[in-house]
Design a protein around this ligand. Structure first.
Ligand SMILES: C[S@@+](CC[C@H](N)C(=O)[O-])C[C@H]1O[C@@H](n2cnc3c(N)ncnc32)[C@H](O)[C@@H]1O
Length: 213
């Protein structure tokens, strides 16, 4: 009995330390390290240009890269399309990086937004959530906004970690399986069109917006 109590207290103590050392910005947003997001093996598996084109992104398409991070999809997309690429982020560190890279790369078709509310209604051919959905605090509000910004017939591409232990990624219980992700979309006018296993860490699903607002 005494040992059970000690064990429980030790677990509570470890959990408190974990919460204290988890990397959060002062605003409460979890921080991500650009070097980690741009590791060579990650870039290779996510294969931004191939992935975007596989899901139909082309030179006439408008993209909203939601949770753009350091911009591994944003700036590749900006080189493929002649139209606008919106990069939406809530992290101040990532926003600064996205803004400085937009200047550095002279990506005149990239618009960086702090909030998806800044993206016009019915403006996008594709919305992308790459490794973001499992982190979103208010999923219904996010999906409502994605439905608003997408044109009818537009695509929502969701990339997530397989829900099993893999070389990279968050704890397994924080991940969304393909079924979990599809279930989250059920209440919205999106239909699942493509599923794709990207490699040992990631899968991608493409949904199409079926109804006008
Ligand atoms: C794991 S990173 C992925 C970055 C990028 N999409 C990639 O694949 O390299 C997740 C990003 O989503 C951002 N994020 C989380 N919730 C968000 C929200 N509600 N709106 C916008 N960005 C969000 C985080 O700040 C973080 O930069």
């Amino acid at each position: 009995m005494e040992s059970d109590k000690c064990f429980r207290n030790a677990r509570i103590y470890i959990a408190k330390i974990y919460v204290m050392i988890r990397p959060y910005e002062s605003s409460g947003v979890m921080t991500h390290n650009p070097e980690k997001l741009e590791r060579a093996d990650r870039l290779e598996e996510l294969a931004a240009a191939t992935t975007l084109q596989r899901f139909g992104f082309n030179e006439g398409a408008v993209l909203c890269d939601i949770g753009a991070g350091s911009g591994i999809f944003t700036f590749v997309a900006a080189g493929i399309t002649n139209k606008t690429v919106y990069a939406v982020e809530i992290s101040q560190n990532m926003l600064e990086l996205l803004r400085s890279r937009t200047k550095e790369y002279a990506s005149s078709n990239v618009i960086v937004e702090e909030n998806i509310a800044g993206v016009p209604t019915d403006s996008c051919d594709m919305a992308l959530l790459s490794c973001v959905l499992h982190e979103v605090a208010d999923v219904p509000a996010m999906l409502f906004e994605i439905n608003r910004i997408l044109k009818t017939g537009g695509s929502l591409v969701i990339i997530e970690f397989h829900k099993r232990k893999t070389p990279a990624g968050p704890p397994v219980d924080e991940r969304l399986s393909e079924e979990d992700t599809a279930a989250l979309l059920e209440a919205y006018p999106f239909s699942l069109k493509d599923r794709f296993v990207m490699g040992e860490n990631y899968y991608a699903l493409r949904f199409v917006k079926t109804l006008a607002d």
